[in-house]
Design a protein around this ligand. Sequence first.
Ligand SMILES: C[S@@+](CC[C@H](N)C(=O)[O-])C[C@H]1O[C@@H](n2cnc3c(N)ncnc32)[C@H](O)[C@@H]1O
Length: 259
Amino acid sequence: MSEYLLYILIFINLITLIYFKRRKIRLILKPQKIQEIDVENVDEIFKPILKKKLKMPKEDVFVRNFCVPQTYNVEGIASDYESWILSALSKKADKIFEFGTCSGKTTFLFGMNSKENTKIYTITLDPNKIDTIRHQLNDNKTAEKHILNESVYEEFMFSGHEVEKKIEVIFKDSRDLDIEKLKNQFDLIFIDGGHTYSCIKNDTEKALKMIKHNGIILWHDYASNKRSSRDVYKYLEKTSLKIKIENIKNTSLCYHRKN
Ligand SMILES: C[S@@+](CC[C@H](N)C(=O)[O-])C[C@H]1O[C@@H](n2cnc3c(N)ncnc32)[C@H](O)[C@@H]1O
C-alpha cells in the first residue's frame, strides 16, 4: 500500500514539474530559431557614450515617455523598455505605419517623439463593425478574444493633443488594406495588430512591401509562453528562415532591417 502511495506521489510531482517547466521543455524539444540581438546593434543611436567605467545613452535616444498604470485597465500595452526603443527609433523616421492602434499609446509615443513633419498611419478595427470580423479556421482562439477586447476605442490617448495632426487613423481590417500606393515608403513599421496567424501573416507580408530601403520593421509579442501570442511566435519562427529577423534582448520585440 505504501509503495503504491509512493508511486502516486512521484507521478504527481512529475506532472507538476512538467506543468511549471513546460516552456523550458518545449524550448529544449524545439529550440528557438530567432537569435537575440543587443539593442546597441539595432541602430547607431543606441551605441552608448563611454565615461570611464560608465556607459550611458546618447541624447539621440532621450525621449518623451509616459507610463500607464495597470489600474487603468488599458489592454495591449508595450513595456516601458519597449516603449523607449520604439520612441527612440521614431525620432529619425519621416513616415511611420503602425498595425494595431488599441488605446493609441504607441501611436502617441511616435507622435510625441518624431519630427514635426513626420506622417504616422495607424490601422485598427472599427469597434462598431467588430461583429462582422472574419474568423479563419486555424486562427488562435485566445488571440481572437484579445482582438475583441482591444478593439473598443474610438477616441485615443493622442486625441485632442497637438500631435494628432501628424496621425491618420485607418478604421479597417488590415487584411482588406490595399497597399498598392503604400509600397517602399515607410522608414518604420510597427506590427502589433491581430495576433492570429491570418493577421500576422497578412500584416508582415504587406509590411515587407511597404518598408523602404534601410527601413525597420518591428513586431510586438514574440513570446513562446503567452497563449495569445502563439501564432505570432509560430509565424515569426517560420519567416525567420526566409528573412533575417532578430529578437531584441529582454523584450518581445522582433527586428528586421530591409537591405
Ligand atoms: C495589441 S493592440 C495594439 C496596441 C498598441 N500598439 C499599443 O501598444 O498601444 C491590437 C490592435 O490591433 C487591432 N487589430 C486586430 N486585428 C486587426 C485587423 N485584422 N485589422 C486591423 N487592426 C486589427 C485591434 O483593433 C487593436 O487596436
